[in-house]
Design a protein around this ligand. Structure first.
Ligand code: NAP
Length: 280
């Protein structure tokens, strides 16, 4: 929360269902405090039927927020002004009001790009990448990978048709869909990105047995947990450099902060807020 909530305080919300698990209120309120902006960020469980009304009312009142599972696609259809990232992914995770219109962006794209660049220590140009998943997060990752100039993306998803649809929408010559898990056996990849939700529930299988590959240069898991994730642990046990999704979470939040407040986000304060929770 900002030091004092008054009638001028902007209300930013996380809209989704469920929202209780989210770290975004913690990260954004820490950022608001640190940057001394007059805003408060709250999570609001919201049904699909209520989404349009809530987004419109908040935006008209000078506020905005984030949108999470399962409403990112629906949110894109509610907007009056769509960023290029929204148009390419068909999803919106950040919105705000401006001149009486609802503006929206998908900051998962830029958040992923920033996290990727920091993980690979520079541009990701020329990399051969295996992308696991074809849901909303995978679409943002695919756009980010292509914009970073990777050489090739192989997509592996449980539902092949969903992967094909994603490749048709976003792809191009650099994107190829693996028809079966066997298609990637003994292949060589510089980077594996897990954008499936496998690992969220206890007892989930690993998204991929990394030993099937001839080489896995590095692993990025979009999931995060207090002590990394099972996929990150699998990679590290095989001597593969790996990271979980916390930096992407912070970076997509930082881009959202920039959209709402028109100034750079206090990244260190946001990272510290996450680290404090993870240390508990
Ligand atoms: P989504 O749209 O529901 O997509 C889920 C993906 O996981 C689909 O590819 C789905 O495959 C796959 N999947 C689910 N259960 C599976 C199973 N039992 N076996 C194999 N594949 C399975 O979700 P999303 O929005 O893309 O989010 C995916 C993950 O990314 C979530 O865990 C989310 O928390 C994380 N995420 C992290 C960040 C961050 O900032 N770190 C940002 C966004 C998302 P099918 O197509 O076959 O169903």
């Amino acid at each position: 929360m900002s030091p004092r909530v008054t009638s001028k305080t902007r209300v930013l919300t996380l809209l989704g269902d469920p929202v209780e698990h989210s770290l975004s209120p913690l990260i954004q309120n820490a950022a608001f405090r640190h940057a001394r902006v007059d805003g408060v960020y709250v999570a609001l469980r919201c049904s699909a039927a209520d989404l349009q009304g809530v987004m419109g009312a908040l935006a008209r009142a000078g506020g905005g927020g984030n949108v999470t599972v399962p409403h990112k696609e629906k949110a894109a259809s509610v907007l009056d002004e769509r960023s290029e990232a929204v148009r390419r992914t068909g999803a919106c995770n950040t919105f705000w009001g401006e001149g009486g219109r609802i503006h929206g962006d998908n900051t998962d794209v830029e958040g992923f790009r920033r996290a990727l660049r920091s993980f690979v220590n520079g541009p990701a140009e020329g990399l051969r990448v295996l992308l696991l998943g074809a849901g909303g997060a995978a679409r943002a990752v695919l756009v980010g990978l292509l914009d970073e100039g990777v050489a090739e993306v192989r997509v592996l998803n449980r539902t092949v048709e969903r992967a094909r649809a994603m490749a048709r929408r976003i792809g191009g010559a650099r994107v190829r869909v693996a028809e079966t898990p066997g298609d990637i056996d003994d292949q060589d990849f510089d980077l594996i990105v897990n954008a499936t939700s496998l690992g969220l529930s206890a007892g989930d299988p690993q998204p991929l047995d990394l030993e099937r590959l001839a080489r896995a240069g590095a692993v990025m898991d979009l999931l995060y947990g207090p002590d990394g994730t099972a996929f990150v642990h699998q990679a590290e046990a095989l001597g593969i450099r790996a990271t979980d999704g916390v930096e992407m979470l912070v970076q997509q939040g930082a881009v959202a902060f920039e959209r709402w407040w028109g100034r750079p986000a206090p990244l260190d304060a946001m990272r510290d807020a996450v680290a404090a929770v993870r240390a508990r």
